[in-house]
Write a protein that binds this ligand. Structure first.
Ligand SMILES: C[S@@+](CC[C@H](N)C(=O)[O-])C[C@H]1O[C@@H](n2cnc3c(N)ncnc32)[C@H](O)[C@@H]1O
Length: 247
C-alpha cells in the first residue's frame, strides 16, 4: 500500500487504533509498548547518545508513548511515507510541552536511508503494529535490511507483528474493531492461504508465521509473545521480534 492509501485513512487512525476501547486492540497496544520500552531500557546507556527510529510511525503513537516512559534524553525520529500521517503527528506534538520528536515524510525502504542517521549514537530501529505487513512486497527485504544496517552491532531492531501462526482465530478479532478505518470487510477478506487481510478498496496487510519473520529479520532470537486476555483465556495475538538477544 502506498502513501496515498494511508493518507485516506489517517483521519480515522487514532480513533481506530490508540483510541479503540476494544479489549483486544487496547490489550495488544499496551503489551506492545510495555515489552518494547523494557527492551529499549536494556540497550540505552546514560553515558552514550541513543536514537530511536520508528519506521512507518503513523500518527506518532509509539514515539509519544516511548518518550513519556524513556524520557527526553534520547533522539526520536518517526518516518512515514504518508504526508497526512506525518502532518497529524506534527499537529499532535505542537500541543505538547516537549516538541523534540522529528517526524519526516520519508519512504523507509529507501536504500539511502543511512544518510539521515550519520552519527555515532546507539540506534534502535523499530516497526510496530504489523506495519511490516503493509510494506510493498518488492521492497520488503530492503526495509528489513535498512533496519538491521542502521541498528548495527550495538543497536537493536524491534518488530511487533500479528501472530500469523493463528491467523484464522486472531485476524477477525483485530480487524472487525477497526472496521471504521479499513472501511470494508468482504466475504474473502480473511485470506488464510496467503495469510493476509485484504479488501476490495485496496487495503492489504500481510501476516507472517514466526519462522517467516525470523528469516526476514535474519534472526534466531525467540520472539516475546504479546499475550492478551479474552473471555478469561490468554491468547498470543502477536510477538515482539528482535535481531539479537538483550535479556
Ligand atoms: C498500520 S500503520 C502503523 C502505524 C504505527 N506504526 C503504529 O504502530 O501505530 C502503517 C503505517 O506505515 C506507513 N508506511 C507504509 N509503507 C511505508 C514505507 N515504505 N515507508 C514509511 N512508512 C510506510 C503507512 O503510511 C502507515 O502510516
Amino acid at each position: 500500500m502506498d502513501g496515498d492509501a494511508w493518507n485516506g485513512m489517517s483521519s480515522e487512525y487514532d480513533d481506530n487504533v490508540e483510541g479503540n476501547f476494544d479489549p483486544v486492540i487496547s490489550g495488544y497496544l499496551s503489551e506492545e509498548i510495555k515489552i518494547t520500552s523494557n527492551l529499549c531500557k536494556k540497550i540505552i546507556r546514560p553515558d552514550v547518545r541513543s536514537t530511536i527510529i520508528d519506521m512507518g510511525s503513523g500518527t506518532g503513537r509509539v514515539l509519544f508513548a516511548l518518550r513519556s516512559i524513556l524520557g527526553t534524553s534520547i533522539s526520536y525520529f518517526g518516518l512515514d511515507v504518508s504526508q497526512s500521517m506525518i502532518q497529524l503527528s506534527k499537529n499532535k506534538q505542537s500541543d505538547m510541552k516537549d516538541r523534540d520528536i522529528s517526524f519526516l515524510n520519508y519512504d523507509a525502504t529507501n536504500p539511502a536511508i543511512d544518510e539521515l542517521f550519520d552519527d555515532d549514537s546507539i540506534k534502535i530501529t523499530m516497526c510496530m503494529y504489523n506495519t511490516v505487513g503493509v510494506i510493498d512486497v518488492t521492497k520488503r527485504q530492503q526495509f528489513f535490511d535498512n533496519m538491521i544496517r542502521l541498528a548495527g552491532k550495538n543497536g537493536l531492531v524491534l518488530i511487533s507483528a500479528f501472530n500469523g501462526d493463528n491467523f484464522s482465530f486472531i485476524a477477525p478479532k483485530m480487524y472487525v474493531p477497526m472496521k471504521k478505518m479499513i472501511k470494508q470487510i468482504d466475504d474473502d477478506s480473511f485470506d488464510e492461504g496467503k495469510l493476509a487481510f485484504k479488501n476490495k478498496l485496496g487495503y492489504y496487510s500481510q501476516w507472517f508465521t514466526k519462522n517467516q519473520l525470523l528469516d526476514l529479520l535474519r534472526s534466531n532470537v525467540t520472539p516475546i509473545p504479546i499475550d492478551v486476555s479474552l473471555n478469561k483465556h490468554v491468547h498470543t495475538f502477536g510477538h515482539i521480534f528482535s535481531n539479537r538477544s538483550v535479556l
